[in-house]
Design a protein around this ligand. Structure first.
Ligand code: B12
Ligand code: SF4
Length: 562
């Protein structure tokens, strides 16, 4: 059995784990990468995206390989890309497709209903993918494979979720070789996780959905032993990495673990590292342990400086004093701190954002990533807005399709002109002398930014982020990624340059291609396609949806988290 994973060029740990698992189970594995230049979640431009599009050639390569199954790991922003590629491959050769990851986990029936998706894995995929391969290899239907959702003769089969594996040390180490072969420049940055997932459940984050989904299925928040992590990083030294990126939702959520891990890391690894922090886990002791171990860059969500909004809208209960202390602790240890800040949520106002800007002026984190709220499928805030009647059927459909306006340009928000200046002001804060920043704020001169055209906003904010990001490890990672993708793109030109891509029908990103289903889902959906069950919608909360929602064409960028 040969399984081909198909990905954009972002390194995906999920794929690396699953490749290792499949190989351990005796399968042959291949990885296909699409450079998706100017057409990804960070920079999207339809003209340039088309010019640099190699998806037909990639589809040729995949179809010509002898893969028995294609596997896609899909976040919402990738969904249309993945479906389009699956369609292109299937137009050449009908290979079964398996979709897993955050998006299919949130709306499994919706994804299963797509004609180019044969199987959906909801939740963790380690066991499901192996059992599915076994079934396909022996010609059996995967009717009893837990976590799988698919259509069988027009009937939706949705199997239950299996229990979560609690012993994280049983996970194999991620298989990086195939990724580095095609993106050699990325060897510099070793990406890993020490835990899954998060102690919190912020309403805008996938954890708010996934935690509920896994209720009663075992321990949700799990962690590897410090020794196991050190062993992985030690073995990985063969890649000659210079930096480590800990992509855990929050690295130091367990103080005892940090006390054990930090000295081990310092002694055996000692490379500068990046991690995600949280104001409730960034006190003096934790920050000092991390800094001594080698933490030089951190990303920490602050999201709002208004305690009511933070609690009632985002379900975050830290105090302003805790937030302030955490920033001070981190800055004192000279860790480059990129904070996440969300604007444009229900009930947001100019006054709230002014107060936030004053806080940032007083506490000076290295960078503020200011992002418009984006509604993702299944999250608590999305469910709430739906329940409050804040979304039309079309808008819900667009969310299910992973479409939405960029985090830089308005996210999922309608009519928030008074907030727009803060997107520029906060993102550009590191460029401005403090006195100028305060002057703009106190004299309300920032209001002039309302008139700034969207593309200027985009350039101003992205330019600042790029410039200052270079100072942090993740920023550099982004630049290297861009170089790696250009190189990969050039291999398509060099190898396949003269050969025209095969003449097969182009995908049409319209309703016919990506139909909605009338099936149970965290989001109600429209227009029946394959299945015939009643729609259902879960919902909670009490926010005012008045200002939401305008979901427009896909053009996304980096989002705030934590
Ligand atoms: C690290 C990270 C990044 C990194 C690396 C990106 C990457 N592609 O991995 C960077 C910074 C580049 C990034 C970018 C973005 N990210 Co990000 N990111 C994460 C983070 C923190 C960890 C992902 C991870 O490695 N998890 C560990 C793996 C092992 O777990 P897993 O992904 O859950 O995989 C398991 C299952 O889902 C399943 N599975 C997954 N794929 C597949 C595939 C198959 C075939 C099968 C069978 C099963 C399966 O099995 C896996 C093993 O158990 C997650 C949050 C999280 N903890 O998941 C957000 C998260 C995935 N990102 C998110 C978003 C929105 C983005 C961006 C759009 C914007 C942003 N926030 O910067 C871009 C999109 C880039 C892209 N196209 O991937 C959202 C996605 C929400 C959604 N509904 O899509 C998340 C969930 C965070 C959040 N805000 O809620 N991200
Ligand atoms: S936003 Fe961050 S802190 Fe909140 S639930 Fe998600 S990962 Fe956890």
């Amino acid at each position: 059995m040969k399984i081909a994973f198909v990905e954009q060029c972002f390194e995906k740990l999920a794929v690396e784990y699953l490749m290792a698992i499949c190989e351990r189970a005796g399968a042959e594995v291949e990885l296909f990468l699409d450079p998706t230049l100017f057409a990804d979640a960070f920079i999207a431009n339809s003209f340039l995206g088309r010019k640099f599009d190699v998806s037909d050639r990639l589809a040729d390569r995949i179809a010509e390989s002898n893969a028995d199954m294609l596997a896609f790991s899909v976040v919402s922003d990738d969904y249309l890309w993945a479906v389009s590629l699956a369609q292109k491959v299937k137009a050449r050769r009908d290979i079964p497709t398996l979709f897993g990851g955050v998006h299919p986990t949130a709306v499994p029936e919706y994804v299963a209903n797509n004609p180019y998706v044969d199987y959906v894995c909801q939740g963790e995929g380690e066991e499901a993918i192996v059992e599915l391969m076994d079934c396909l290899a022996s010609g059996r239907k995967p009717t009893h494979v837990d976590n799988l959702c698919f259509f069988d003769d027009g009937r939706l089969i949705k199997n239950p979720l299996r229990r979560l594996e609690t012993n994280m040390d049983l996970m194999p180490f991620p298989d990086k070789d195939r990724y580095y072969e095609q993106m050699p420049i990325m060897r510099k940055f070793y990406m890993t996780i020490t835990s899954k997932y998060c102690p919190f459940r912020c309403t805008f984050c996938y954890n708010s959905a996934q935690r509920e989904l896994y209720a009663g299925k075992g321990k949700y928040l799990r962690q590897r032993s410090p020794e196991n992590v050190i062993e992985e990083l030690t073995r990985a030294k063969k890649h000659n990495y210079q930096y480590v990126l800990f992509n855990d939702d929050i690295l130091p959520f367990n103080r005892r673990w940090v006390r054990e891990f930090a000295p081990l890391y310092q002694k055996h690894i000692g490379k500068p590292f990046f991690c995600y922090l949280h104001p409730q886990y960034a006190d003096r002791e934790i920050v000092s342990l991390l800094a001594d171990a080698g933490c030089v860059t951190a990303n920490m969500g602050i999201q709002s400086l208004d305690p009511r909004v933070r609690g009632e809208v985002f379900d975050r209960w830290e105090t302003n004093a805790e937030v302030a202390d955490s920033v001070t602790n981190i800055m004192r240890h000279k860790i480059f701190l990129n904070t996440g800040h969300i604007i444009g949520y229900p009930g947001d106002s100019e006054e709230i954002q002014e107060a936030a800007a004053r806080f940032y002026a007083d506490h000076s984190p290295s960078m503020i990533g200011c992002y418009w709220l984006r509604l993702y499928p299944g999250t608590k805030i999305t469910q709430t807005v739906i329940q409050q009647g804040g979304l039309s059927a079309d808008e819900i459909e667009q969310i299910n399709r992973g479409e939405g306006k960029s985090f830089w340009l308005g996210g999922s928000v309608k009519h928030m002109e008074s907030i727009k200046p803060f997107s520029v002001l906060l993102n550009c804060m590191p460029l401005l002398p403090k006195r100028v920043f305060r002057f703009l704020l106190e004299k309300k001169r920032y209001r002039a930014l309302k008139r700034m055209p969207d593309f200027v906003v985009m350039i101003a904010t992205r330019f600042t982020q790029l410039l200052f990001n270079i100072k942090d490890i993740y920023g550099r990672w982004g630049l290297y990624l861009l170089m790696g993708r250009l190189r990969l793109y050039s291999t398509y030109l060099l190898k396949d340059g003269r050969r025209p891509a095969r003449d097969v029908p182009a995908p049409r990103p319209d309703d016919e291609q990506m139909p909605a289903a009338e099936v149970p889902s965290p989001l109600p959906v429209v227009a029946p396609h394959r299945s015939r069950e009643a729609p259902g919608a879960a919902g909670v909360g009490v926010v005012n949806p008045a200002v939401l929602i305008q979901v427009t064409r896909r053009e996304s960028a980096r989002e705030s988290k934590h």
